[in-house]
Design a protein around this ligand. Structure first.
Ligand code: IVH
Length: 670
């Protein structure tokens, strides 16, 4: 390579890697596999070594990679949060081991740990209390996400009495278990929200949320793997892990002390397969020199410790033939392409299909008919096409073009500006939309109708007995037709009709969620009902009134306005109402526990160790107090927890409003 070519290549790689870092750390939406990223990074490192004069001073090889997001307070790490050197090759582990032996001799051990595939977090404890949690950010500074981390059950908010130092920092990985990922991601898909590609992105996207109440709904876990203290407390990393565990932290049981590289390689090989049996994703194994004095002797390079390295598992890839692309129409009309593949064995299972997400993905792959594609199975459930083997493409192969009209009803597809998915707009006449809408309505999380499952809905639709949700409530008058149906005995008919009748008592929020309005998932439905209380008020709400509700953005508001402006929807809602479904929030009759707080007003702010804000609100209201939404001269008390915004505090002080803790509040009730 000539120097000019090297310069150009360095510039290209630098720009590409910067973009990938941004996609990964800031957007939590990587567009490249870890392996490909690491290959590019390595190529750049090698080129910069040869041509240091062309290296960008801000090169991705010189820093950890993350960026700081704007919404959180930026905090400087007391000890920089470094990355780890990594490799995919056993030979490089041998080299790593040799380098260590050369520096410190042969008398040392390794601690082998799983390399958790999540996002790293640094937590500070003072007097046994969690005082701060900060993301890695750019390694030097990160985001203060304490309120969010407090919602993670396995992170102790307060340690039981024990032998821990007054102040320490502990680092670990926040992750989401695969089961929770599947469940929550399916919920997102069902309500028309953008799905996350894998549990890591979901965990990382969750940590970026501004509303910790929403974070609390997404179960996360945190494995701890490093302790920092002012004065050294332990001689080895292994001892520190044991101690940390005894203080109440979640430390993985799959950690092993190895006395030779041979033992390390055995650990690595063992987990190569076993990792698929874990309930969470790992992407490799980390080995760390156990003894702290030896770690110190080995020291650091500019970016990574010399006493630790990550061995990364290459996501298993196979090549197979693309048979065709099939298009599925979902409940909200979104048309999703799926690749049918020639069956092939991959990581222990036969793969026949791969997701293509949307039209952009087909373009990214530049997919052609009959292509041979590389399929990869990371932690994800559905395998993904990584790239195409261009050497095997037939010269006359035609590019795969996205459908122009609905595969089911033929209506021309539409795409909204800024959205990746194409939609079939014929929601009233497109069979898969009609069927899945009714299936969604009766599903467990919506109206939970006993005796009426997906298959029955499909059969009833095919027999022309149901078309709209309201038709379900007319089935009781069609006993004759129902009895004619195969495998549909009197008992199951009665059971179904009973379930349908009982569902009329389901609360308004379930009905609203069940209607399947695009972007109205369970949480949104709950928020809307809590705010507007009745269907009539919700229907009458303007875009501005809708977006004024906490967590209701432009997109959801627009979708609601569109839904309620349709005459068909109008008729349907009228019918459902006359059939006896609930369209008003249940009035909760509050019996006051006492009137000790009558006439007093409160604002609750911040995060509390022993109560959620909602609990405190309820306590106040049940004792006659009133909650105000903002601090004003009318306010009697500000109940303040941790991490309250400084402006609120300032305002309360200015107005001389007493600031009390949750404990003070409870005392007022004694
Ligand atoms: S030790 C200086 N141990 O991998 C030591 N990191 O590629 C730094 N990670 O930033 C970290 N599992 O987010 C360590 N058992 C483990 C880990 C682990 C996952 C992550 C961590 C780190 C990244 C480096």
């Amino acid at each position: 390579m000539s120097p000019t070519e090297a310069k150009e290549r360095i510039e290209t790689l630098t720009a590409e890697l910067k973009q990938h870092n941004y996609n990964y750390y800031v957007l939590a939406q990587p567009t490249i596999s870890d392996f490909d990223f690491d290959q590019k990074l390595r190529e750049l490192t090698d080129l910069e070594k040869q041509y240091p004069e062309y290296a960008d001073p801000d090169s991705p090889t010189a820093k950890v990679g993350g960026e700081i997001t704007k919404e959180f307070q930026t905090v400087r790490h007391r000890w920089p949060m470094l990355s780890l050197g990594n490799t995919y090759s056993e030979q490089e582990l041998v080299d790593f081991d040799q380098r260590i032996r050369k520096a410190i001799g042969d008398n040392f051990e390794y601690v082998c740990e799983l390399k958790f595939d999540g996002l790293s977090m640094s937590m500070t404890y003072e007097d046994g209390k969690l005082t701060r949690a900060v993301t890695r950010g750019n390694g030097v500074e990160g985001d203060d996400v304490t309120a969010n981390v407090r919602t993670i059950h396995s992170v102790p908010k307060r340690l039981a009495a024990g032998n821990y130092p007054v102040s320490f920092e502990i680092r670990g990985e926040v992750l989401m278990h695969r089961k929770a990922f599947e469940r929550l991601n399916n919920e997102r898909i069902e309500s028309g929200e953008v799905a996350y590609a894998n549990p890591r992105n979901f965990a990382s996207g969750t940590m970026k949320l501004q509303d910790s109440a929403e974070v609390a709904k997404r179960p996360l876990d945190c494995f701890l793997y490093f302790l920092y203290t002012d004065k050294p407390l332990f001689k080895t990393h292994w001892d520190s892990l044991q101690a940390v565990k005894s203080w109440g932290f979640h430390v993985s049981e799959h950690t092993r002390l190895c006395r030779s590289l041979q033992e390390v390689l055995e650990f690595i090989n063992e987990w190569e397969q076993k990792r698929f049996d874990l309930s969470f994703d790992i992407d490799g194994i980390v080995l760390k020199v156990n003894n702290y004095a030896q770690q110190e002797e080995l020291g650091f390079t500019a970016k990574v410790p010399r006493w630790a390295i990550a061995y990364k598992y290459k996501a298993e890839q196979v090549e197979t033939e693309l048979l065709n692309v099939e298009y599925n129409v979902g409940r909200t009309g979104a048309v999703t392409p799926v690749a049918n593949l020639k069956p092939v064995l991959l990581a222990g299972t036969t793969v026949k299909r791969a997701t293509l997400h949307n039209a952009n993905e087909i373009l990214r792959l530049d997919l052609h008919e009959g292509d041979f594609v590389y399929v990869e199975k990371g932690g994800e459930i559905i395998p993904k096409i990584i790239s195409v083997n261009l050497d095997k493409r037939k010269p006359d192969a035609k590019p795969v073009t996205y459908l122009a009209s609905c595969p089911s009803c033929g209506t021309p597809l539409e795409r909204k500006p800024g959205e990746a998915a194409f939609y079939c707009p014929n929601d009233e006449g497109c069979p898969p939309q009609i069927v899945s809408r009714m299936q969604h309505f009766v599903s467990r999380r919506a109206m939970n109708i006993d005796g009426l499952g997906d298959e029955t809905i499909e059969t009833l639709y095919k027999k022309d007995l149901i078309h709209h949700i309201s038709d379900i409530y007319e089935l009781k008058d069609k006993a004759g037709e129902l009895k004619q149906m195969d495998r549909f005995g009197e008992k199951s008919i009665n059971n179904m009709l009973k379930g349908i009748e009982q569902s009329k008592q389901m609360p308004f929020e379930k009905v609203l969620f069940g209607l399947g309005i695009r972007y109205v998932g369970e949480t949104v439905a709950r928020k809307l009902v809590a705010h507007f209380k009745t269907l009539d008020r919700l229907k009458a709400a303007s875009l501005e009134e809708l977006t004024a509700v906490e967590e209701i953005g432009e997109r959801i508001a627009q979708s609601l306005v569109e839904y309620f402006s349709g005459t068909v929807h109008h008729e349907e809602l009228k019918k459902l109402r006359s059939q006896g479904l609930q369209f008003e929030a249940e009035e909760i009759v509050v019996t006051l526990q006492s009137d000790k707080l009558t006439g007093k007003t409160f604002v609750i702010s911040g995060v509390f160790e022993n109560h959620s804000r909602d609990e405190l609100k309820e306590i106040i209201e049940q004792n006659g107090g009133k909650i105000l939404s903002s601090i004003s001269a009318k306010l009697n008390f500000l109940v303040a927890g941790d991490n309250m915004g400084p402006s609120k505090l300032e305002k309360a002080n200015k107005l001389n409003i007493p600031i009390i803790t949750d404990a003070d509040l409870l005392e007022m009730l004694q």
